[in-house]
Design a binder for this molecule. Sequence first.
Ligand SMILES: NC(=O)c1ccc[n+]([C@@H]2O[C@H](COP(=O)([O-])OP(=O)(O)OC[C@H]3O[C@@H](n4cnc5c(N)ncnc54)[C@H](O)[C@@H]3O)[C@@H](O)[C@H]2O)c1
Length: 337
Amino acid sequence: VEYRHPKAALAMAADLPGRLFSPAQWARLRKLAELHEGVVLTEFDSPAARAVLAETEVLITGWMSPRLDEAALAAAPRLRAVLHAAGSVKGHIAPVCWRRGVLVSTAAQANAEPVAEYTLAVILLALKGVRAATARYRERRQFVDVLREFPGIGNHGRQVGLVGASRIGRRVIELLRPFSLELSLADPYLDPAEARELGVRLLPLDDLLRECELVSVHAPAIPETRHMIDGRRLALLRDGAVLVNTARGSLIDQDALVAELASGRIEAVLDVTEPEVLSPDSPLYTLPNVWLTPHMAGAQGSEVHRLADVVLEELARYTAGLPLAHPVLAEELDRIA
Ligand SMILES: NC(=O)c1ccc[n+]([C@@H]2O[C@H](COP(=O)([O-])OP(=O)(O)OC[C@H]3O[C@@H](n4cnc5c(N)ncnc54)[C@H](O)[C@@H]3O)[C@@H](O)[C@H]2O)c1
């Protein structure tokens, strides 16, 4: 194999590379490519940025990477590959990149891991009834007879519904395998044979919402999934059901959700909302039956090094002339995150 030693540049939030790459990962990056040292592109418009782009063969992008559009691409005649150290590339890479034959890779599979782990933890604690029992104990400060006061809780034989056989949805199915929960899945793109292979029951979304005691949403934010869980569908949920959203706020009609939560009929675990950061007076901050986290299910802290590992593996494959392991293909763009 003849190895290439491509010129590479970083494009992302200015302070991100220092968090993303461990010392060992920096060393590997410098070994694999001729890195534009000390440069992190946060825009593609200035003469300085254009000068870097003009020489770059591999662009390593990440959160806050500026959009690689027609104009930026015109300034990057040698660009052959974009390796994205995060999930969705849609906001960062314009369709023209695929038309120009630039290879695009994503670390979405590595970012799916912590989201699936978070979902697993949430499912087990939610079905155990930990939130309500904690609140009751705190309020009463005396014996709580959990067996009699919370007869509906537990992680044995309960019905769990997943929406979307996405990277994350599939990983959640794998992680849930050792537990004795009954799994159902709603996904219009999945055929029954695949569902059987995954070991889950394939259901239409309405039936899944009606039957499951906990529903976790893992579909991408695309036009057809906007408000896919609307007021009518929220009303299908059983009393006491838990709705988990680590996907995107746009998938759920949030006004309808707030109304349903205010009635106390269901519970929600929300890592994402619409808007992304709620207004200070949103009831979602204070409702007792809501567990709200600041969009943290994906890679954080130590987990970001997994994203860097994917980029380095892809870079190694590129330099060896091998196909990328996590390519993003133009034809799948309108169905993925
Ligand atoms: N909270 C976080 O920090 C975090 C981190 C990463 C991803 N996410 C979100 O998690 C979700 C899943 O991400 P991913 O990378 O696993 O997605 P993905 O790109 O793998 O999902 C694509 C799949 O979703 C399924 N799908 C498409 N349309 C659907 C529909 N109408 N109903 C049901 N399923 C449908 C199809 O099987 C498709 O192949 C996305 O919304 C993503 O933005 C959140």
